[in-house]
Design a protein around this ligand. Structure first.
Ligand code: HAM
Length: 425
């Protein structure tokens, strides 16, 4: 019996991207290169749950942030526990570090992670409800040299995929000795302005966030607001000056942005953002900073940490905007086999299998499409070599190896194909 009602095709949820071929190759190449760079700097992979207890984010990221108050995917599971799809990675890393006592060993603990994060934002180009980040966290040491390392690592990540049109913005958000006094000063300034009710409330809970208001009139009113960088404690100032000095030594270009406001509440001291001008409104391709009190706030030791999250989606868009194509992403396989006739197909299947075992990427034509149709498969895969095996080649124990770029071909003995291709690939 068949169901006669046709199922209405379902689309992906709004604002949630699919990563389909061939574009998915660029996505994977960027993500893997970032992770490779992190590993090269001694960061070890940590694989974290995609959902956590809701309290973790409320406490870790901050109740007054848009991320927590408006953008979380929170639901009760079947056991009626409130869980949340992770909107960011830092809180989860801290939870895992505390839970597994990673901070009781050698410090700093250097961890790397990647994967999807979830924010119920208004979708637009470069802003998704499921977004992908590669992140690192270095926990347990408050050494400005570590701030510089992290920032230089992010800079290298972008450059290693060929991105150049970005700028690094830097500031310091101070520490517990200078932040409270600055906060009071900023509030005093803000309360003297004719702000609407909601903005006034925001000024009470988190005054820094008012400096991030995108409305023209609020921007004008706050143009002369006091800025944290001008009120740093001696210790924070020295910390910041050491970081900027080291970045100069490391030849990482940066600009100071005194008005930077990060979207998460845990930041102290060094804060940074990487901005790309080819992306329109969603120009932040990555960001991070130091977080002094976060671990203690989440029930752990009072240790500092610093990290970043690089947006993979926006990096891919930025590469497109710059017209950069990564090496190899337009090639599905290096070798593509075409067989004519059943016996040849059997022999080719063995050959293709041998090539893969020898580490060469290879595919072959399936179905019965004839030589011309099957060769289209080689084109579409953008293969470098095609192997053509017909009845006559099979009889003579040879295969035609076509170099597709050079439009040349030679007959190679079947048992020498792997070796021949290994030498040229
Ligand atoms: P974040 O600035 O909220 O930081 O996010 C990092 C990056 O993720 C952004 O710069 C952006 O490229 C990307 N991103 C964020 N939201 C979206 C979205 N809706 N669509 C596409 N891309 C997006 C953090 O998440 C911190 N956990 C980073 C960090 C680690 N700080 C310290 N350690």
């Amino acid at each position: 019996m068949t169901d006669s009602t046709k199922f209405q095709a379902v689309s992906a949820p709004k604002g949630v991207p699919d990563y389909v071929p061939p574009a998915s190759a660029t996505f994977i190449a960027v993500r893997d290169e970032f992770a490779r760079q992190a590993r090269r700097a001694g960061y070890q992979h940590i694989e974290l749950p995609v959902f956590e207890d809701t309290h973790l984010f409320a406490r870790g990221v901050g109740e007054s942030t848009d991320v927590v108050s408006k953008e979380m995917y929170t639901f009760a599971d079947r056991g009626d526990r409130s869980v949340t799809l992770r909107p960011e990675g830092t809180a989860g890393v801290m939870r895992a570090v505390i839970e597994h006592n990673l901070d009781r060993g050698q410090l700093p603990v250097k961890l790397n992670y990647y994967g999807p994060f979830f924010r119920y934002e208004r979708p637009q180009a470069g802003r998704y409800r499921q977004l992908q980040q590669v992140g690192v966290e270095a926990i347990g040491v408050d050494d400005p040299a570590l701030d510089a390392e992290i920032i230089a690592l992010a800079d290298r990540c972008y450059r290693s995929v060929g991105l150049t049109g970005f700028r690094l913005e830097l500031t310091s958000l101070g520490d517990s000795t200078c932040r409270p006094a600055y906060r009071e000063k900023l509030q005093k300034f803000l309360f003297a302005l004719p702000l609407d009710e909601e903005t006034r409330r925001r000024a009470e809970i988190n005054p820094l966030r008012v400096l991030d208001d995108k409305r023209e009139d609020v921007r004008e009113m706050t143009a002369d607001a006091p800025l944290m960088l001008d009120y740093l404690s001696d210790e924070s100032r020295e910390h910041f000056e050491t970081v900027t000095g080291l970045l100069e030594d490391l030849q990482v270009p940066f600009v100071i942005n005194k008005r930077m406001v990060r979207g998460l509440d845990y930041y102290t001291k060094t804060c940074f953002e990487f901005v790309h001008d080819g992306l329109g409104a969603q120009s932040g391709i990555g960001g991070g900073g130091r977080y002094d009190g976060l671990m203690a706030q989440l029930g752990g030791q009072d240790l500092s940490g610093i990290g970043f999250g690089l947006g993979v989606d926006r990096t891919v868009l930025a590469l497109q905007a710059e017209g950069v194509t990564l090496d190899g992403v337009d090639r599905r396989v290096d070798v593509y086999g075409v067989a004519l006739g059943a016996a040849a197909k059997k022999a080719l299947a063995v050959l293709v299998n041998d090539l893969r075992a020898a580490g060469i990427s290879a595919d072959m034509a399936y179905g019965d499409r004839g030589l011309k149709g099957a060769m289209k498969g080689a084109d579409r895969a953008n293969a470098r070599f095609a192997l053509v095996l017909g009845e006559s080649e099979l009889e003579s124990g040879e295969v035609q190896v076509k170099n597709l770029a050079e439009h040349s071909q030679e007959a190679v003995r079947l048992d020498a194909v792997v070796e021949t291709l290994q030498a040229v690939l």
